[in-house]
Design a protein around this ligand. Structure first.
Ligand SMILES: Cc1cc2nc3c(=O)[nH]c(=O)nc-3n(C[C@H](O)[C@H](O)[C@H](O)COP(=O)(O)OP(=O)(O)OC[C@H]3O[C@@H](n4cnc5c(N)ncnc54)[C@H](O)[C@@H]3O)c2cc1C
Length: 563
């Protein structure tokens, strides 16, 4: 746990309000930034690291959600398209356009069933024909027009498709081609929202690996899970951004809610050159015979495949099962039957729980992905609490804007800062065109005395915040890690000192792409642990425990660790 300043006792009604935000997933981080920008002091608490829940487990699409057109969720799709386009502008370092193919197997398939689904009837849609796909893509273009950052859709007919993707199953007769966004370093984007928030309101605080409860006298207590330290804090408003754990968080505050009903979803990252080459940089977003929609696209030189959608009772029980791995590998066979993926080619699996509203009896795949706020009052007080339910990664800004407006209105505070066009972290002053990038890299490489390839690598990994790492490498000396030469000792030390690293696993899973990109090995874990131990003053026992728990975390994600 880390706090920027000790909590202060609230003395009288003229004291500016303080908001307690529980949960540092993308929604908690988003609302933290928004309120800090308005000058409101916040305390952000998470029982783990920033973006380690569902926000670390999505398909990593920043997307309109074309499949939600089938259920008539036009408001959600329109908002998502607009937010996607905003993120492409505001976080260009991490959110990139993704050309997408939707394979089609018939001309008129799905007309009846999609009309029935649109009318709210529960039917499977396992054939989305060319006509339905064309209607959907036209609507999608229409919703994207409000802020146009991506080209309109087009079609690949059979001849073009054969030329572009000859290995597709021969029953695929055409494909819709359109654009989405993908987020490369989502966990870092969450972190940057928090850093931006603290920059705007330095008296706000962040407490990671910490939980909130209430004492017998009704005071809020924050317990540091790593040290056991307990401290009392005061808050005038509470935001429960606990995702799939929202009901658990409310219970820890002394009252029972039954808002949530999650569904777990798993992904695989596979090291498969042939599949990677088939994709040619594109995503394939394809319906499978069970009526679901799955996806595969290139990710850090490998292929990301997802996802399952399975009802789950408690989010802590989510893991990627053998059956889910079989299902996802089988789904790939439906579009490229000649490709065989061996289990040994799986680099990493990950699983998360969609924080969906409770919907007893409904087919989990059909529960709305829209967001809602539920309002309560902390028992025996007049302190309001709002729970942020549902939502997509893509729409975090809009959700934060909505929640923040609500809270500002409660306190009678004027909204002074809009976030629609607010750049995030290393997306600020980011060089967009190739020429601008060459220029930026050359100038900064000269300034920080590093090579151009190194500066380009840091720009890719940290956006314009790369300057901080380059400065650190210049001051401390550039020394690549022995076990993964694309990272440096000064870089890891910088992350430990400046980005709330509490656990070794934070570095491998969330501050860097080490695990996602398949760079993890046992020697790497030991080398990074040695730097972290020195920076964070861990004794030998703590270092050993961190290595042990990191190995376990990697094994849970099926990471094969070469010795
Ligand atoms: C399989 C899958 C695929 C998805 N794909 C996409 C996609 O491609 N695009 C898209 O836009 N969206 C996608 N989503 C949805 C998106 O990931 C989620 O809607 C979003 O991340 C939810 O964020 P959140 O902040 O509400 O929840 P979370 O990220 O889960 O955050 C909740 C936080 O609360 C913390 N917490 C829990 N209990 C406590 C406690 N007692 N005290 C303190 N803290 C606590 C947790 O540690 C966690 O950090 C996907 C989701 C899943 C699961």
């Amino acid at each position: 746990m880390e706090m920027t300043a000790p909590g202060t006792k609230r003395s009288n009604n003229s004291t500016p309000p303080r908001v307690l935000i529980i949960g540092a997933g993308i929604n908690g981080c988003g609302v933290f930034r928004d309120l800090c920008l308005q000058g409101v002091e916040c305390l952000l608490v998470d029982r783990g690291d920033i973006c380690e829940g569902a926000s670390a487990a999505p398909s990593r699409l920043i997307h309109g959600g074309i499949k939600y057109l089938e259920t008539g969720e036009f408001r959600l799709v329109r908002e998502s398209c607009i937010e996607r386009n905003r993120l492409l502008r505001n976080a260009p370092h991490y959110v990139k356009p993704l050309e997408t193919l939707v394979p089609v197997r018939s001309l008129f398939g799905g007309l009846l069933s999609s009309t029935q689904r649109f009318l709210g009837l529960k039917v499977k849609l396992n054939d989305r024909g060319l006509l339905i796909t064309e209607i959907g893509l036209r609507l999608y273009d229409f919703f994207s027009h409000a802020i146009q950052t991506l080209p309109n859709h087009r079609l690949f007919h059979r001849a073009k498709l054969l030329q572009e993707v000859p290995l597709f199953d021969p029953s695929i007769i055409a494909a819709g081609v359109y654009y989405e966004g993908r987020v490369t370093h989502g966990e870092r984007l969450g972190l940057e929202l928090v850093l931006d928030g603290l920059h705007a309101k330095p008296s706000s605080q962040v407490a990671l690996y910490s939980t909130v409860s209430r004492s017998e006298t009704g005071q809020f207590k924050v317990t540091d899970q790593l040290t056991g330290t307990i401290r009392a804090i005061e808050a005038d408003y509470v935001i429960n951004a606990g995702g799939a754990w929202i009901d658990d968080v409310n219970r820890s505050l002394g009252f029972a809610t039954h808002y949530m009903g999650g569904s777990k979803g798993s992904h695989l990252i596979v090291d498969h050159a042939e599949l990677f080459n088939v994709l040619k940089g594109r995503m394939v977003y394809f319906g499978t015979t069970d009526g679901r929609v799955n996806l595969a696209y290139p990710f850090f030189g490998h292929v990301l495949i997802g996802s399952t959608d399975i009802k789950i009772i408690h989010p802590d029980d989510a893991y990627c099962s053998d059956e889910e791995i079989d299902y996802l590998l089988g789904a790939i066979k439906e579009i490229v039957p000649t490709i065989h993926i061996e289990r040994r080619q799986i680099l990493l699996t990950y699983c998360g729980v969609r924080p969906l509203p409770r919907s007893d009896g409904a087919n989990i795949g059909e529960v709305s992905r829209d967001h809602y706020m539920a309002h309560d009052t902390i028992p025996n007080t007049d302190i309001p609490l709002v729970s942020l339910i549902g939502g997509k990664w893509t729409t975090f800004r809009a959700f934060a804007d909505e929640a923040s407006r609500y809270i500002l209105a409660h306190f009678g505070i004027k909204r002074t800062h809009q976030t629609e066009n607010e750049s995030i972290g290393g997306g600020r002053h980011y060089p967009i065109t190739e020429a601008e990038q060459v220029d930026w890299i050359g100038t900064k490489a000269d300034l920080y005395l590093c090579t151009r390839p190194r500066m380009a690598e840091l720009l890719y990994r940290y956006g314009t915040r790369a300057e901080n790492i380059a400065a650190s490498e210049r001051d401390i000396g550039y020394q690549p890690l022995i076990t993964a030469t694309q990272y440096s000792r000064a870089e890891i030390a910088f992350l430990c000192r400046n980005e709330w690293v509490n656990r070794l696993v934070d570095i491998l899973l969330r501050r860097t792409e080490m695990a996602m990109a398949g760079h993890v090995s046992l020697p790497l874990i030991h080398e990074v642990a040695e730097i972290a131990a020195s920076e964070l003053a861990w004794d030998a026992e703590r270092k050993r425990a961190e290595i042990e728990s990191t190995i376990q975390a990697m094994q849970r994600r099926s990471v094969r660790m070469a010795a």
